[in-house]
Design a protein around this ligand. Structure first.
Ligand code: CIR
Length: 267
């Protein structure tokens, strides 16, 4: 992850968003208009935080296309263009690839049978942590490891959550946030075994998995509104680290298993 990004790629929601992939049918149907408004507020917040926001046009044939994070992993001036794990989502990467080329980013493609979703990739500054999930496989992770060979690759099984970052993220270079579900705890234990995680980072556990996915942009941390048990912990951490918290509501995107990081590629 780039902790001081200059540019954010975002992709607008199509009208077909209600047909996106979902782990479970939400108890209340997705309100596409509200989802669009929440996504718009997300883009506006990124602009206010000083990022140049580049919008990729929505594609009606790709209901999940707003979850742009999954399509590419960008570190510095290099990008991996992903071969997405869900067949329904393949093709989303094309427009993103084009935009990255225009930005003069060096691109490398993940090739089948390797699959990678960006939501399974956490770049901490010290490690390239790749979750092996229903979407990302070992071949994909190893290809990613050779594209970014200067960062130590750590692979970890992800069970019981869609993506690695559905339950964790980096607050800053030295601090990782984890949810407290069984899936999150299992990932923590595996990572701690593999790379001595708690020696490298301060680990903060939050009661809500969704709240453990934050956007870290320089001195700013963007968090999800509506998680009253997790929020005070994040507030205290922000105070300790001299960070400024910004709350945003993404309830309609959560219904589609989206988190905060999934709606942008930070460069
Ligand atoms: C999917 O199932 O692929 C989408 N509905 C959600 C993807 C969320 N992506 C992410 O958190 N990186």
């Amino acid at each position: 992850m780039n902790f001081s990004p200059q540019v954010a790629l975002v992709r607008n929601l199509p009208n077909s968003f209600a047909n996106c992939l979902k782990q479970e049918t939400p108890s209340e149907a997705i309100d596409v208009l509200r989802a669009k408004a929440q996504h718009q507020q997300y883009s506006e917040l990124l602009k206010r935080l000083g990022l140049r926001v580049i919008e990729v046009a929505a594609d009606e044939a790709l209901p999940d296309c707003c979850f742009i994070e999954d399509t590419a992993v960008v570190i510095g001036n290099k990008a991996a263009i992903n071969f997405l794990g869900a067949a329904e989502r393949r093709g989303e990467e094309k427009q993103v690839h084009q935009k990255l080329r225009e930005l003069k980013i060096e691109t490398h493609s993940i090739e089948a049978p390797g699959t990678v979703d960006g939501g399974d990739v956490l770049v901490t500054g010290q490690h390239l942590i790749v979750g092996l999930s229903a979407r990302t496989n070992e071949q994909g992770a190893r290809q990613l490891g050779s594209i970014f060979s200067d960062i130590p690759l750590v692979m970890v099984p992800v069970k019981g959550s869609l993506h690695l970052k559905s339950v964790l993220s980096a607050f800053d270079r030295h601090t990782l946030l984890f949810g407290q579900s069984a899936a999150a705890r299992q990932i923590f234990m595996e990572l701690d075994k593999i790379c001595n995680l708690s020696r490298h980072y301060e680990i903060i556990f939050l009661p809500d998995d969704v709240a453990a996915n934050v956007l870290s942009i320089g001195v700013n941390i963007v968090i999800q509104e509506g998680f009253p048990e997790s929020e005070p912990i994040l507030q205290e951490l922000a105070l300790k680290r001299n960070k400024k918290l910004h709350k945003i509501t993404m309830s309609e995107l959560i219904k589609a298993d989206g988190a905060l990081t999934c709606c942008s590629i930070l460069i």
